[in-house]
Design a protein around this ligand. Structure first.
Ligand code: NAD
Length: 332
């Protein structure tokens, strides 16, 4: 049966990398069709709404979306379009795997970690209030149900994928009540998985450990803000933002997207690396039961990176987005 995927081209480099990822997917001749929708700056210009109802309806109907980065216009009153989308569908798990890629030279060789970032609360609820002209407070909300489901998801993933260790990242030494609750729930759930090693680290220590010895990390779970920061950090371990894929999901709906943003500094120049969105598409193919197709893409990607000097500028090359994809498609 043909699967329809909501396709969001996004803003900035979004349309350029989306076009290349669609070329790769079409080359595989899978029974997939795309329902093109808009979101973010482009949607605002075309429809007057940052998050058009038709886009939400399409995702609600198809349950699967592949989404390029979207720009949130700067200015008062606009909440991040990405945060709003995740909240609209209660996509509580933001899952970001960082794995060393053969052929990409970095300081580290054996990174293979996966971050489970809580996606619905913490400082991202956007509740700030003015006490007086010179004092602003922002609310950090941590609840048992939200913490429980992301921590459970991390352990379930570890158990299903023969992962050995889950690390909780927090700042419970200072935020004794909020992060203290997250850590307490982590320990409760860890007790249900005696076969999996459970450890925890303060976020500052975790940053240091990740840049010193990233190979010690396996599955990691953390509240929203630490997940946002540590996943960009983890992209640095494997070669940069142009490589790191991700998914925002719950049990029903999954939106696959790269970790990076719309990169306005290189937009429209055919310079962007399409790999992060392509790897997100591979996660989508795995999710849809097309693991073999995902493997074919991965092998072609590794072949370009190992056997040729063809790579985009962020990886030290001179190839354009299109030339890089041409080389990859030739190796599928
Ligand atoms: P960014 O990720 O867009 O860019 C950071 C740096 O990484 C830039 O130098 C950029 O050129 C580079 N980079 C990013 N992706 C790349 C790629 N595929 N290939 C090569 N280089 C790449 O972060 P930013 O500048 O902080 O954000 C720009 C916009 O993106 C903002 O409007 C922000 O709100 C939005 N954003 C969207 C998402 C999303 O849609 N999920 C995520 C993050 C940021």
């Amino acid at each position: 049966m043909t699967q329809t995927i909501t396709l969001i081209e996004g803003d900035g480099i979004g349309p350029e990398i989306t076009a290349q990822v669609v070329r790769v997917l079409q080359a595989l001749q899978l029974p997939l069709t795309f329902d093109r929708q808009t979101l973010g700056q482009t949607a605002l210009e075309q429809t007057g709404s940052l998050i058009p109802e038709t886009t939400l309806q399409s995702i609600r109907k198809n349950h699967i979306a592949l989404k390029a980065p979207c720009t949130t216009p700067v200015g008062q009153g606009f909440r991040s379009v990405n945060v709003q989308l995740r909240l609209a569908f209660d996509l509580y798990a933001n899952i970001r795997p960082a794995r060393s890629l053969e052929g990409v030279k970095t300081r580290y060789e054996n990174v293979d970690l996966i971050i489970f970032r809580e996606n619905t609360e913490d400082l991202y609820i956007g509740e700030e209030r003015k006490i007086d002209e010179d004092t602003i407070e922002a609310i950090k909300r941590i609840t048992r149900p939200a913490s429980q489901r992301i921590i459970q998801a991390a352990f379930e993933y570890a158990a299903a994928h023969q992962r050995k260790k889950v690390t909780c990242v927090h700042k419970a030494n200072i935020l004794k009540q909020s992060d203290g609750l997250f850590l307490r729930i982590f320990r409760e759930i860890a007790a249900q998985y005696p076969q999996i090693e459970a450890t925890d680290l303060n976020v500052d220590n975790a940053c240091m450990q990740m840049v010193m010895h990233p190979e010690q990390f396996d599955v990691m779970v953390m509240p929203n803000l630490y997940g946002d920061i540590l996943s960009d950090l983890s992209s640095g371990l494997i070669g940069g933002l142009g490589l790191l894929p991700g998914v925002n999901r719950n049990e029903e709906i999954a939106i696959f997207e790269a970790v990076h943003g719309s990169a306005p500094d290189i937009a429209g120049k055919n310079l962007a690396n399409p790999t992060a969105l392509l790897q997100s598409a591979c996660m989508m193919l795995d999710h849809l039961g097309y693991g073999d197709a995902a493997q074919r893409i991965h092998k072609a990607l590794v072949s370009v990176l190992c056997d040729t000097p063809i790579r985009t500028r962020d990886l030290g090359g001179t190839a354009t987005t299109t030339a890089f994809t041409d080389a990859l498609i030739a190796r599928l």
